[in-house]
Unconditional design. Structure first.
Length: 363
């Protein structure tokens, strides 16, 4: 089974000033320095790494390996895997709970969320989101940790809902109906709200953590699949995978204040608090775009990358092509770029088919 291109996930390490990027195709994680916007390390992990979370208390990055139901733990001191944690079937989303020192793992096949202690790198609890007899009915896809409430919000892709888990007893407190196929979530600490991207509705649902209800619905670009918050500016960034843009929402009035062109098929976002930059992983052309804070504009185009590089193989191994020193960087993360484009919806469908084919006995 052909694997889809990477990169598919990002996480910012505030201690090192580095961005970690999961390369789904190559089963690796690339490490990008935000000082030079270049790849400084490549770390082999498990099969099909699909989500990342940075643990600020231990200086470690947790990697959800969707293909072999495990979580790799990378030390940012050595950029090497220091532990591998077996979890439930199909881990696909992560969130770090700083108050508990725990990592929550969304398992889309099991309708469950595993809780991993960063002290022991072992599973200490499993929270069932929906009916365990209906495999993949809820399909928990993404997580966001609310530090004010001590709650974890779970975007259920297959159920068009968000479950709210209390980290004090690891139980589901509430379920909030949102738009169609919610696929990402981010917590806005300045407003006490959670932003949820609805990938099939081209909207973002805004949930108040005061009463777990929808307070706004924002129309964005086509195929919103990732979201990140800048609490200092009150801006929320949304990756629109099918029109190759990032929408910028002001949390003051929940309206679009900018639309930024990026690479092909932006699929993941990470906010760099030290530089005020947003890193967008573009699954369609194997690049990472860096959007600068000044007016959220792009001063260089990717036409040469999108047209020529996307139709020919490039040299293996990490390399980076910097088109602008300030606002946008296009870097080939690993391996040859595959021909053609990949929408987020196609990626989700092909990922499911890949999992199904691996689980079906031969003959």
């Amino acid at each position: 089974m052909e694997k889809v291109p990477g990169p598919v996930a990002t996480a910012y390490d505030s201690s090192k000033g580095e961005v970690f990027v999961a390369n789904y195709q190559d089963d690796t994680v690339s490490v990008i320095s935000d000082a030079s916007n270049s790849v400084v390390a490549t770390v082999p992990v498990g099969i099909d790494p699909f989500a990342l979370a940075y643990d600020s208390s231990t200086g470690e990055v947790f990697v959800a390996n969707n293909g072999n139901s495990s979580v790799s733990v990378i030390s940012d001191a050595s950029n090497s895997v220091v532990a591998t944690v077996p979890v439930g079937s199909g881990p696909i989303g992560l969130a770090f709970d700083s108050s508990k020192g725990e990592v929550f793992v969304a398992e889309h096949n099991d309708n469950a969320v595993s809780v991993v202690s960063d002290a022991t790198n072992s599973v200490v609890a499993t929270v069932h989101i929906g009916d365990t007899g209906l495999r993949g009915a809820y399909t928990p896809r993404a997580l966001a940790y609310d530090s004010s409430k001590g709650e974890v919000f779970v975007a259920n892709f297959g159920n068009s809902s968000v479950s709210v888990i209390s980290d004090s007893n690891n139980s589901v407190l509430a379920k909030v109906a949102v738009g169609s196929a919610p696929i990402a979530a981010a917590y806005d600490s300045s407003k006490g709200e959670v932003f949820v991207t609805n990938s099939e509705g081209n909207t973002v649902s805004v949930i108040s953590d005061a009463n777990n209800s929808i307070v706004a619905t924002v129309a964005v670009g086509v195929g919103p699949v990732a979201v990140a918050c800048d609490p200092s500016s009150g801006d929320v960034f949304v990756a629109n995978s099918q029109d190759n843009t990032v929408s910028v929402i002001s949390d003051a009035n929940n309206s679009i204040v900018a639309t930024v062109p990026v690479g092909t098929g932006p699929f993941a976002l990470a906010y760099d608090s030290s530089k005020g930059e947003v890193f967008a992983a573009n699954v369609g052309d194997g690049t990472v775009s860096v959007v600068g804070p000044s007016a959220y504009t792009v001063t260089a185009t990717s036409s040469s990358v999108a047209s020529s590089a996307a139709t020919s193989a490039v040299s293996s191994g990490p390399s980076t092509f910097v088109l602008s020193s300030n606002t946008i960087v296009f870097g080939v993360i690993d391996g040859a770029i595959l021909v053609g484009l990949m929408t987020a919806r196609q990626l989700e469908v092909r990922r499911r088919r890949s999992r199904s084919s691996r689980s079906t006995p031969a003959g």
